[in-house]
Design a protein around this ligand. Structure first.
Ligand SMILES: [Fe+2]
Length: 314
């Protein structure tokens, strides 16, 4: 079975690349490359880009890509029904090879391997926090700033699907992934309506999820829910939060701490209304973690902080 190890990037289409670039820079991404017809943004990690925007007549989510563990995994992907052959990537920063695929709902989602890494960007060390009973910061002070805290990497994105089960099968077959936790109908653990997926790296802990697949209430209303980017720590997230507020950007909800995955989060709308998330301090799990079924109401999915509005769950 092919194995993926990370999210590579997400791709959107928008009418104005300058507006997208301006928001994304405020959000904490750095311009990797800008052409007449496309914008590529990166974080501090060595990924050549993690968020791409193509210029087009309408604003829409296009798709994304997963980084495969090896070229053999890419070749195994190519052997599956509906996959393209392995082809060189000549039109994106970092190059490499890819296999083009579509989810059961027709979302373009590629497997990539062999991208040339970029030099990592300087990222400050994590801050030391003094808990009630454990003090690790002695004789110095924290001085976080209101500034676009540099995004480290893309962590996950979410897809609303016409068939949760078919999409889940598709991801399992193509990326060798593990179920982390399930969202169920409130009060009924037997009815799964959402699955958090993580990569399988054996004993090595990985993010709680790289993907959230949810059942769309309206089968015709499918597509991206949000994409999410990791920050160094809560000071980086809060500094970016205040900076985005000062710049007049549209906060949807947060700061809060999720129930499933435990991330400290906030959600913003980019210049075109797409939902983007900052997160930090999320759970990590290895192959031994067993999924939990959460049959909770929407307002129970935030443990503390600002609840998402009802429209968040549509
Ligand atoms: Fe998220």
């Amino acid at each position: 079975m092919p194995t993926a190890i990370d999210v590579a990037y997400v791709v959107y289409q928008a009418t104005d690349l300058d507006r997208m670039e301006s928001f994304m820079q405020d959000f904490g991404l750095v311009t990797a490359e800008k052409r007449g017809d496309a914008l590529y943004m990166r974080g501090a990690s060595s990924a050549p880009f993690i968020h791409a925007t193509r210029k087009g007549a309408e604003n829409r989510f296009i798709g994304g890509a997963m980084q495969m563990a090896s070229k053999a995994d890419l070749e195994a992907l190519a052997a599956l029904p509906g996959s393209s052959a392995v082809e060189p990537i000549t039109d994106l920063p970092g190059g490499g090879w890819r296999v083009r695929m579509h989810t059961p709902d027709g979302v373009p989602l590629d497997g990539v391997w062999g991208q040339t890494p970029s030099a990592s960007l300087p990222l400050r060390e994590p801050n030391a926090f003094n808990a009630g009973t454990v003090k690790t910061r002695v004789n110095y002070s924290l001085r976080p700033k209101r500034e676009p805290g540099l995004v480290l990497r893309i962590g996950h994105f979410g897809l609303r699907c016409s068939s949760h089960d078919d999409t889940l099968t598709w991801f399992r077959e193509r990326f060798g992934v593990l179920d982390s936790d399930y969202l169920c109908v409130p009060g009924d653990e037997s009815k799964v309506i959402g699955t958090f997926l993580r990569f399988n790296q054996g004993e090595t802990p990985v993010d709680h999820h790289f993907m959230l697949i949810t059942q769309s209430r309206n089968p015709a209303d499918t597509g991206v829910h949000h994409c999410s980017f990791e920050m160094q720590d809560i000071d980086a997230l809060m500094g970016a939060h205040d900076y985005l507020l000062e710049r007049g950007h549209k906060l949807e909800c947060g700061v809060g701490r999720h129930l499933v995955g435990s991330q400290i989060f906030d959600y913003w709308h980019d210049s075109f209304g797409f939902r983007v998330e900052h997160y930090t301090d999320g759970d990590v799990s290895n192959i031994h973690y067993q999924p939990v079924r959460y049959a909770v109401a929407a307002d129970e999915t935030t443990q503390w902080g600002m609840q998402p509005p009802k429209t968040f769950f549509d």
